[in-house]
Design a protein around this ligand. Structure first.
Ligand code: ADP
Ligand code: MG
Length: 168
């Protein structure tokens, strides 16, 4: 059995999401896999952009919905940013996405649950929930449901809780 630690965190603004991305970026290492799920507009790409910036990417990070995968150079490691929304498991397999996922860089996968069978059991899984309200006001609160599956990700979640508690 692989251990599992869950933590929930409320982001009330894009800036909050950027802070969270910065904390997580400070804890990654070679081979880290982060999955991002949540409806369209939840903030998966916004999180990924802040995460890549925090890892030293200066190039503009765009949504990979159409390119499916984009590689960026961070200060220390390459970052593979994927969006598998338009893929089937078979197509993801044929594209060789596993070579990135099991490679030496840092992998971020938007809509990862679509390719669940191709994912490693150990990963940081993020589900971003947001209220859909019948209002003209932009709703900026998002709840990040974060699960660390297996070591070292469970440890990562413990450290994240600590970072969020001390507030930066
Ligand atoms: P996704 O990739 O999940 O489809 P995007 O990141 O492309 O979502 O879009 C999220 C949108 O929501 C952006 O326009 C962003 O500015 C906005 N937004 C509002 N509040 C937040 C928040 N707290 N965290 C992240 N994005 C937010
Ligand atoms: Mg997106």
């Amino acid at each position: 059995m692989i251990d599992e630690i869950k933590w929930q965190w409320l982001s009330e603004s894009v800036e909050d999401t950027e802070r969270l991305a910065g904390w997580i970026a400070s804890l990654v290492e070679q081979g880290t896999v982060i999955t991002l799920d949540g409806d369209l507009g939840a903030g998966k790409t916004t999180f990924s952009q802040a995460f890549a910036r925090a890892l030293g990417v200066t190039e503009q990070v765009s949504s990979p919905t159409f390119t499916i995968i984009k590689e960026y150079n961070g200060d220390q490691l390459p970052i593979y940013h994927m969006d598998v929304y338009r893929l089937s498991i078979q197509e993801a397999d044929e594209l060789g996405l596993d070579e990135y996922i099991y490679g030496d860089g840092i992998t971020l996968i938007e809509w990862a649950s679509i390719i669940e069978p191709l994912l490693p059991p150990a990963k940081l899984a993020i589900y971003i929930a947001y209220p859909i309200e019948d209002t003209a006001h932009a709703v900026t609160s998002r709840t990040f449901h974060i699960t660390g599956w297996g070591a070292p990700y469970s440890q990562m979640v413990n450290t994240l809780q600590h970072l969020a508690h001390i507030g930066d």
